[in-house]
Write a protein of this length. Sequence first.
Length: 154
Amino acid sequence: MVVTKSRPTLYRHLPLDGGGWEGVTAITKLKKAIRGLLPLVLAFTLTLTTPTLAIDPPYQRQMERLAEVMGSLYYLQPLCKTGTEDWRNQMAELISLDEPDEDRRQRLAGAFNAGYTGFSRLHRQCTPASREALTRLLTEAQQLARSIHTRFAE
């Protein structure tokens, strides 16, 4: 005598009113529809993923602050007619030496521009407050540059 395992029949769980086979075909159709939609859902979720950004170096925050200070100096120094440094060229050189990716390059340039526009809105002519800000910004720029160099230079 051969003993075979019987498969559970689908109609075991069907309603007793006789109309249960439609439920089985509906379930089968639903399964096929889900299988058909699965590649579309997968493709959609893959398009929603954000690109992976590079990890910032540990000195990025200080670099952005230095860029902002240099932008402020770029505006204030000619306004008060002190010094001949070209802060914009120095910032461009600093960015090229750092060799940042495009995202970091944009953030550094944005910080420089934010420093410039921040002071251009408040200072239209050289005042004692402008001179004091210029002195403080020069000191801060020196401290930031020294700190970045001593802590992170190779």
